[in-house]
Design a protein around this ligand. Structure first.
Ligand code: ADP
Ligand code: MG
Length: 324
């Protein structure tokens, strides 16, 4: 039996703003075992980042978890104090973001920023921390690391800044790395270098990864399991091979058919899922995907299906699939 590292259970979250409140996440459940990589995919605005930020306890202002549990090695993170959670962030889990240049502090050198993490979390002296920071830069294969230590983020390219972010995230050897579209802001050639780097570091450190990406190719290459999100819910969850080769949810099928070069799109015109992501302030009744679904039934308009196990480890939220 693989050991569970993270278990997100029936998590829901809402946002309150001057325009009103809306439910941003509904009944999110998944687990990540030690050393495992889980991918999350779905259109922009479907709640991928908010899921990640909930786990880190970093929901933006106005956002609130209304239901559910987040267990990390059996401990519910939602019961921790801010101080306890601060220790977990950095020590046990760390996150890297889409835009590395804005995620770094512009007024401190790269070396100081990495060293600070070590001074706070590991209690190292400045000298020891700087030594470790240099090793961390070498670990992510930054050329001329000694020189880079004294540089500021604006002096480096986007790809180099993302390497620095990865170095900083991994410096305390977290058991879980959350990577939120880590290559979305980078040039295509640099993107694959960063993915290769993550894959190498994962081999070395056996860190579990929650990998959020638009790129199903990256999921196929990196992840063991994948969760497909739509309008704040997981609509399909399972082993990568199963979900990518035998998708069951109409939305997953649509995503795969819209991807150039996938088995599902070969020889066909690229498919576009009709309609657009629903307005959260005005979510449709029943299954949130039904207005865009070509296989919808009457029941789909009335009741939201639950995420149901179809075969071992393969979960789908769809009335039609359940009925088959
Ligand atoms: N700070 C915020 N205030 C209000 N709404 C937000 C905020 N952040 C995200 N949202 C809304 O929550 C939904 C999910 O956002 P997000 O998790 O960022 O999507 P994704 O990462 O999948 O693109 C979107 O509709 C988005 O507009
Ligand atoms: Mg996002």
């Amino acid at each position: 039996m693989e050991a569970k590292l993270l278990e997100v259970k029936n998590l829901s979250a809402e946002f309150n703003s001057d325009k009103g409140s809306f439910q941003a996440l509904t009944d999110i459940s998944f687990t990540i075992n030690e050393g495992e990589t889980l991918g999350i995919v779905g259109e922009s605005g479907c709640g991928k980042s908010l899921t990640a930020l909930s786990i880190m306890s970093l929901l933006p202002c106005g956002g609130k978890i209304t239901q559910g549990n987040i267990y990390f090695k059996g401990r519910d993170l939602l019961n921790l104090s801010d101080r306890q959670m601060q220790k977990v962030r950095g020590n046990n889990m760390a996150m890297i973001f889409q835009d590395p240049i804005t995620a770094l502090n512009p007024v401190h050198t790269i070396g100081c920023q990495i060293a600070e993490v070590l001074m706070i979390h590991k209690g190292l002296s400045r000298g020891q921390a700087m030594e470790q920071a240099l090793k961390a830069l070498k670990r992510v294969m930054i050329p001329m690391a000694e020189l880079r230590l004294g540089e500021y983020p604006f002096q480096m390219s986007g790809g180099m800044c993302q390497r620095v972010m990865i170095a900083m995230a991994l410096v305390c050897n977290p058991e879980l790395l959350i990577a939120d579209e880590p290559t979305a802001a980078l040039d295509v050639t640099i993107q694959s270098q960063i993915i290769d780097l993550l894959a190498e570091l994962r081999e070395e450190s056996k860190t579990a990864i929650l990998l959020i990406t638009h790129n199903l190719g990256v999921i196929a290459e990196m992840a063991q399991k994948v969760a497909v999100m739509y309008a704040g819910q997981i609509v399909e969850l399972g082993h990568v091979k199963t979900v990518l080769e035998k998708p069951l949810h109409p939305y997953t099928k649509g995503l795969l058919e819209s991807m150039p070069g996938s088995n599902h799109s070969q020889g066909k015109r690229l498919h576009v899922i009709r309609g657009s992501v629903p307005d959260y302030m005005n979510l449709p009744d029943g299954c949130t995907f039904h207005p865009r679904c070509s296989q919808g039934m009457e029941l789909c308009k009335r009741e939201n299906p639950s995420l149901t196990s179809i075969t071992e480890g393969h979960f789908v939220r769809c009335w039609k699939v359940k009925a088959q």
